[in-house]
Design a protein around this ligand. Structure first.
Ligand SMILES: [Zn+2]
Length: 277
């Protein structure tokens, strides 16, 4: 199925029939009843859409997936549209899906196509998109509060899931200067103390100006209030050397910042207007 720019999409018939016992007609009773319904509705909807697209794929001469054994991407037969259960995290909660399985006509090997259709990696339960939403929540407030807020609106995502997402995305983020952005930065200790096992230390940040306006974080480190900035600049020294124009660093004059750059690069320094007085 060639990815045309304006894909028409397919129409899914979705009749839902549920039996719910609602005690009163008040707003909150209806909301509560809907929240009871939500998991079932979500699961059914996902399943219907996946089967719909699965059928659509199977009708195409050339599939968007290929046999993992022999590479065949044309000849397949259905094994099942409601096979072994698998768990996926939606924006609201984990849902259980019955996997779609096909068999390769060329070599006979079977494979699940549920995650292929969802655009998810094999065996993964959370999409990158969902994970990033959780991480943003977890980064803006405590994990406990994130969970609490979610619960208020019918979420069933626990704080450990948010915590794990933050750890995972965090581990993949590397702060370094971008040679394609402006060779102009600001560095400062934030004064934000780190209290857990790092008493007496603060968060140090290096931000870089972007060509299109705005700033990006180019370095972050936990260090002593008057301590070394080495770690913050370490990874960026090579990038600083690559800039054709002079590299401008705006600081409050904290001398320890220069220590870590001395002898390595030439830096134009502009004192922060706030700190002059
Ligand atoms: Zn095959």
């Amino acid at each position: 199925m060639g990815a045309t720019p304006q894909q028409k999409g397919i129409t899914i018939e979705f009749d839902c029939q549920f039996r719910v016992c609602v005690v009163q007609s008040s707003f909150s009773s209806i909301m509560k009843a809907f929240l009871m319904l939500l998991p079932q509705l979500l699961e059914d909807f996902f399943q219907k859409v996946l089967v719909g697209f699965g059928e659509h794929e199977m009708a195409q001469e050339r599939k968007s997936f290929a046999c993992q054994c022999c590479g065949n991407d044309r000849e397949f037969i259905w094994k099942t549209r409601h096979g072994k259960a698998t768990i996926v995290l939606t924006w609201f909660r984990y849902i259980t899906l019955k996997q779609l399985q096909v068999q390769c006509k060329a070599c006979g090997s079977k494979q699940y196509i549920t995650r292929t259709l969802l655009g998810m990696e094999p065996r993964k339960r959370i999409t990158e998109e969902t994970r990033r939403k959780l991480v943003l929540m977890g980064a803006l407030t405590s994990y406990r509060v994130s969970e609490k807020f979610g619960k208020m609106f019918g979420w069933a995502i626990d704080k450990m899931t948010i915590w794990r997402s933050v750890q995972r995305v965090g581990a993949g983020i590397d702060f370094v200067l971008d040679e394609n952005e402006v060779p102009r930065c600001e560095a400062d200790g934030t004064g934000v103390g780190i209290t857990i096992a790092k008493r007496g230390k603060e968060l140090k940040v290096l931000v870089q100006y972007k060509k299109r306006g705005g700033i990006r974080v180019a370095g972050i480190d936990i260090g002593n209030y008057n301590g070394s900035w080495d770690k913050l600049f370490q990874k960026s020294i090579e990038v600083i050397k690559k800039f054709k124009e002079p590299f401008l660093l705006l600081t409050d004059g904290d001398t320890s910042i220069f220590e870590s750059l001395k002898g390595k690069v030439t830096v134009l320094v502009q004192r922060c207007l706030w700190h002059i007085p």
